[in-house]
Ligand binder design. Structure first.
Ligand code: SAM
Length: 334
């Protein structure tokens, strides 16, 4: 690994990001929705040459996790893993700096902290372990089918239906885990930018391990970001679609998380989530307290609670589909 310091940013270059490149020109469109400018740019699809373009300094999509002011990005232009990896970010307002570490961009409040660490609830810590991160797409996720999850392909299709109005915009896959859905969103070509975001460093490493073997995703408009769903590193009203697969029950505070999701969505933006229900209409009343007791380490909610939560956070047009304990719900920013 080569480290260079430039313009107050420490940049690290990780060789494994660049080993899988193909040559050949490639044309794609970037849709800058916020400024209502549409531009078609011809770039080299070769990752190495794409990241060798002249360094730029620009206001980025990302915002500071401390003060929510936009970040200034310095580094190669482009929204893909290698370009973001080689960029440094600095808050316009509080001057906090952020950089990529182990292939993902760390945009947590504690990014750069040397000594501080805080323990999180078990439902968050569990997924930070290397073993669980490794096993997640190798059997763990498949076991959700027994609770009524239709499986990744069907869940993706269902989510894409809800996201039709957000096509061409920015999609954030919060709590992406090892990137099961982020990869599908990136490959679909339906979004101008896809951000795979998780709090677990090891899930993000797994995510990169899956991506690096597929050039079409490696060179796509995808970023890997470490962040807390209760402190999303985006400006208010800057995101078109938020997906949160099998995640709400793992969050320390679903209410803070959904309030944050509402904050970052632009008007008309769509939130789609899936989770396990605490119980459904068909669960016998006598078993309900028992399920609650068994599942107390997680925030398993009821259908009514999820709708109430989305509505109380200001989202509208709530809809849901339920199959056994599986629920997919969607709601929109007014
Ligand atoms: C069950 S996995 C879901 C992975 C994937 N979205 C899916 O559909 O299979 C839950 C994920 O939530 C993440 N998570 C837990 N607490 C979080 C937080 N506070 N902020 C962001 N992600 C969090 C975990 O790291 C884990 O990767």
């Amino acid at each position: 690994m080569v480290s260079i310091s430039a313009n107050n940013f420490k940049l690290h270059r990780h060789p494994s990001l660049f080993h899988n490149c193909k040559n050949g020109p490639h044309l794609f469109s970037l849709h800058f929705r916020s400024s209502k400018i549409r531009a078609t740019i011809s770039v080299a699809s070769d990752t190495e040459s794409a990241t060798q373009t002249k360094d730029t300094s620009e206001v980025d999509l990302f915002a500071c996790a401390v003060c929510y002011e936009p970040l200034i990005r310095k580094g190669p232009a482009g929204f893909n893993l290698p370009a973001i990896y080689r960029s440094g970010f600095k808050c316009k307002n509080c001057k906090k700096t952020y950089s990529s570490k182990n292939i993902y961009l760390d945009l947590t409040v504690t990014a750069g902290a040397k000594d501080y660490s805080e323990s999180r609830p078990v439902r968050t810590e569990l997924f930070r372990s290397p073993l669980v991160s490794f096993l997640y797409e190798r059997g763990w996720r498949q076991s959700f089918d027994r609770s009524g999850f239709p499986g990744p392909d069907e869940e993706f299709k269902m989510a894409q239906e809800y996201f039709k109005v957000a096509e061409g915009g920015v999609l954030v896959d919060v709590s992406c885990g090892s990137g099961l859905f982020s990869r599908k969103f990136a490959q679909s070509g339906a979004y101008s930018r896809v951000i795979a975001l998780d709090f677990s460093e090891n899930m993000l490493r797994q995510c990169y391990d899956f991506i690096k073997s597929d050039d079409s995703i490696l060179n796509s408009n995808l970023a890997l970001v470490r962040a807390d769903v209760s402190r999303l590193p985006f400006s208010s009203a800057s995101v078109d679609a938020v997906h949160a697969g099998a995640a709400l029950h793992c969050w320390s505070s679903p209410s803070n998380a959904i309030a944050e999701i509402n904050r970052v969505l632009r008007s008309g933006g769509v939130f789609v989530g899936t989770t396990f229900l605490r119980y459904t209409a068909s669960t016998p009343a006598i078993l309900r307290p028992l399920r609650q007791q068994l599942l107390q380490n997680y925030n398993y909610l009821t259908e009514e609670e999820i709708e109430d939560l989305c509505t109380s956070c200001g989202l509208i047009n709530y809809t849901s589909k339920v199959q056994q304990s599986f629920i997919m719900f969607s709601a929109q920013k007014p």
